[in-house]
Design a protein around this ligand. Structure first.
Ligand code: C5P
Ligand code: C5P
Ligand code: ZN
Length: 466
C-alpha cells in the first residue's frame, strides 16, 4: 500500500490542477477532506465534487469538464470501465472491476505484477490490489490518507479524519476494533497526539447523549425494563448513585468519572454480556470533550447527516476545520437525520420482510430516502429482530431508478457470500450500476427489472453459499 501511495503521490505532484471526486457518505467526505487538505498544503489548485454514485451519466458529466487530473476517493475502482478519457488516481477500497490480485500462494505478489496487468491512466491505491479485504482493512479515507501522508508528512495530524472514515464504514464492527492497515493509521494518530484508543463503553452517543438516553436507545442490548424505557434507564444510573445531571445540564457518558464508569459497566455486565456494549473507542483529544467531533462514531454520523441530505460540502468544511457556520448547520441536519433513521426503521419493519429461498428483501417504495435505505437495512438487520441467516436486500425508489442496498454478516461472508459480486453480475445482465464490498453492496436498476433482479440475486447467493 505504501508503494502504491508513493506512486500515486508522484502523479499528484506532477499535476497542475486537480479535480477531487468523492462519495457522499461519511467515508467519502472524510476522503475528500484529506485530499483537499493535502492539496491545500502543497499549494495545488483544486475543486471537490461529490456524487451519490459513479455511473455513466456522471462520468460523461466529468469528461465534459475536461479536467486535467482527477483524484477519485472512496469510489472509482468499481467503475474504471467508465473512466475512458480521464486521467489521475483512485484511492478507494471498493471491489475493483478487474479480477483483484489474490495473495499468491508461496510467493509474495509484487507491485510489478499488478502494474503489468493494469492500464495506468488510473493508478489505484486499493487494498484489493494487494489481496486484502476492502471491507475491513482500510477505508477510502485511509487510502486517501496514505497518499496525503506521502505528499506531506505533517498530514499525520489529520489521521483522525481517516479513522472517522473507517468507523463511518463500520470497519470496526466485527468485534476487535479496527484492524489491518487501519491499525497503522491509528498508531500514526496516537503518535501525533490526535487519536486516543480507549477500551470503554462503546454505545452510540457517549459524547452527546444524556446518560439515560444512551441506554434507552441502545436497542441492540434488549434489556428488559431499560431498553426503550426512559424511566428504567434513569433508575439504572440513579440506583448506582450516579447523578444524571450536573446543574441544569444532563450529564453524558464522557462526563463520568473513571470510578462512576467502572460502577456502571460492572452493573450493566450483570444484565448483558460486556462484549455487547464495550470495546475500542477512538477519541480525538484536540476536539472539545462532550461534542460530536470528539469521538469517531459521532463524528462520522455528523458527516452522514450532511452527505445523505444533499449537503456533503458542509461535512467537508467541518473536516477541514470550520467550527462556525458549517458546524452549526451540520448539527442542525444531524437532528433531522436521527429522527429520519428512527422513523425509517419503523417504516421498514412495518412493511415487513419477504423471504425467498436464499435471500430476503423489503421494498420501501418512496417511503425511505434512497441515500439512507442501506443504513436502515443494516440497522434492522443488526437489531436481532430479523433472521440474519440470509442476506437482506432493501429497495427504494430513487430519481433515476430503483436503488438497492444489500447487507450481509461476517458469518455469511465466511460461508462464501459476496454481495459486490451479486450486484456486479446483476447489473452486467440488467444494466445499471452496482458494486461495493462482500458484506455490503449497492446498485441502481430500472424499475421494470426488479423481479428479475431479485430472482437473479436469489440464484447467485444460492450458488455462493452452496
Ligand atoms: O461506500 P462505502 O464503502 O464507503 O460504504 C461501506 C458500507 O458498508 C457502509 O454503508 C457500511 O455501513 C457497510 N458495512 C456494513 N457492515 C460491515 C462493513 C461495512 O454494513 N461490517
Ligand atoms: O448504498 P449502500 O449503502 O447500500 O452501499 C453499500 C456499498 O456499496 C457502499 O460501499 C457503496 O459505496 C457501494 N455501492 C457501489 N455502487 C453502487 C451503489 C453502492 O459501489 N451503485
Ligand atoms: Zn468507503
Amino acid at each position: 500500500m505504501k508503494k502504491l501511495a508513493e506512486k500515486a503521490a508522484e502523479k499528484v505532484r506532477h499535476a497542475s490542477n486537480v479535480l477531487v471526486v468523492s462519495h457522499i457518505d461519511a467515508d467519502g467526505i472524510s476522503s475528500a477532506s484529506l485530499a483537499s487538505l493535502v492539496l491545500d498544503s502543497i499549494g495545488m489548485p483544486h475543486e471537490v465534487v461529490f456524487t451519490k454514485k459513479l455511473d455513466e451519466v456522471f462520468a460523461n458529466g466529468l469528461r465534459a469538464r475536461k479536467p486535467e487530473f482527477v483524484w477519485f476517493t472512496d469510489l472509482g475502482s468499481g467503475s474504471t470501465d467508465l473512466l475512458g478519457g480521464l486521467e489521475g488516481i483512485i484511492t478507494d477500497h471498493h471491489r475493483p472491476l478487474e479480477p483483484a490480485a489474490k495473495p499468491a500462494i508461496g510467493k509474495k505478489r509484487t507491485l510489478f505484477d499488478y502494474d503489468e496487468k493494469h492500464d495506468d491512466s488510473f493508478l489505484q491505491v486499493n487494498p484489493h490490489m494487494i489481496g486484502r479485504d476492502g471491507g475491513t482493512d482500510i477505508s477510502g479515507a485511509g487510502c486517501a490518507y496514505l497518499v496525503a501522508r506521502t505528499l506531506d508528512p505533517e498530514m499525520r495530524r489529520f489521521a483522525n479524519i481517516a479513522i472517522v472514515g473507517a468507523v463511518g464504514d463500520m470497519q470496526d464492527r466485527e468485534g476487535a476494533g479496527l484492524t489491518g492497515t487501519n491499525r497503522e493509521i491509528l498508531v500514526d494518530g496516537e503518535n501525533f497526539g490526535v487519536v486516543e484508543i480507549e477500551h470503554d463503553l462503546n454505545l452510540f452517543g457517549r459524547e452527546t447523549r444524556p446518560l439515560y438516553k444512551l441506554l434507552q436507545y441502545a436497542s441492540d442490548l434488549n434489556i428488559e425494563g431499560i431498553t426503550d424505557n426512559y424511566e428504567g434507564s434513569m433508575d439504572f444510573f440513579m440506583g448506582l448513585g450516579i447523578n444524571l445531571k450536573k446543574g441544569e445540564n444532563w450529564r453524558t457518558w464522557s462526563d463520568l468519572k473513571k470510578s462512576e464508569k467502572k460502577i456502571a459497566i460492572g452493573a450493566l455486565s450483570e444484565l448483558v454480556s460486556p462484549e455487547l456494549f464495550t470495546g475500542e473507542v477512538y477519541t480525538f483529544p484536540m476536539e472539545k470533550k462532550g461534542t460530536e467531533l470528539h469521538e469517531a462514531k459521532e463524528f462520522s454520523t455528523l458527516l452522514n447527516s450532511c452527505g445523505r441530505y444533499d449537503a456533503p460540502e458542509l461535512g467537508l468544511k467541518v473536516c477541514k476545520g470550520d467550527r462556525d457556520e458549517a458546524l452549526d448547520l451540520a448539527l442542525g441536519l444531524r437532528k433531522g437525520h436521527r429522527k429520519n433513521l428512527v422513523d425509517s426503521l419503523k417504516i421498514m419493519e412495518s412493511i415487513g420482510i419477504t423471504q425467498l429461498e436464499h435471500i430476503q428483501f423489503v421494498h420501501v417504495g418512496d417511503m425511505i430516502r434512497d441515500t439512507i435505505v442501506g443504513t436502515v437495512a443494516g440497522m434492522l438487520f443488526g437489531s436481532g429482530r430479523v433472521d440474519d441467516r440470509k442476506p437482506i436486500f432493501a429497495l427504494a425508489v430513487a430519481d433515476d431508478g430503483i436503488k438497492i442496498s444489500g447487507r450481509g454478516t461476517k458469518t455469511l461472508v465466511d460461508a462464501g457470500l459476496d454481495l459486490s459480486e451479486v450486484m456486479r453480475q446483476a447489473t452486467v445482465k440488467l444494466g445499471g450500476a452496482g458494486g461495493g464490498h462482500n458484506i455490503a453492496a449497492g446498485a441502481t436498476i430500472s424499475p421494470k427489472d426488479v423481479d428479475e433482479f431479485l430472482s437473479l440475486a436469489n440464484e447467485i447467493v444460492g450458488r455462493q453459499l452452496s
